[in-house]
Each structure stands twice: as C-alpha cells, then as structure tokens.
Design a protein around this ligand. Structure first.
Ligand SMILES: [Zn+2]
Length: 75
C-alpha cells in the first residue's frame, strides 16, 4: 500500500489512473471502471462485510477476502 499514491496504472486492468481507489477485495489500487465492476460483483457485500468485521476486530492491515475475477466466486 506504500506505492498507492504513486501508481500510474490500474493494478487490475492496467489502464492509466485518473482517480484511484483501494479494492474492497484485496490491496489492489484500481481505477473507477474496475471499482464499478467490484460493486456489481455478487460477493461485493461479503467483501465489505469481511473488511468491516476485520476493522471492528482491530485488524487494520486486513488484506481483503481476495479477488477472484469479475465472474469468479469466493469459496
Ligand atoms: Zn482498472
């Protein structure tokens, strides 16, 4: 996450970053298009919930539940 602000390209699709956001699924620095994809992902709520649960438990370095691809499902 140290290079989050200096990245020039999306970790997921490689597009040039105009604005950046941290993935809800893992530690990727992604573009707005990929962020849209994440929001539509069937496991998005699960990813957000897992992250919140980790934060509540005091785990601020939670890496996310993992990105399995836009059509991939989590185990
Ligand atoms: Zn992207």
């Amino acid at each position: 996450m140290t290079d989050f602000l200096t990245k020039t390209n999306c970790d997921r699709c490689g597009a040039k970053l105009t604005s950046r956001i941290m993935s809800r699924f893992n530690e990727d620095c992604i573009c707005m298009t990929c962020e849209e994809e994440e929001r539509k992902h069937p496991d998005y709520a699960k990813a957000v919930e897992a992250e919140l649960a980790a934060l509540r438990a005091g785990d601020y370095n939670y890496p996310g539940i993992g990105w399995s691809g836009k059509d991939g499902r989590l185990p």
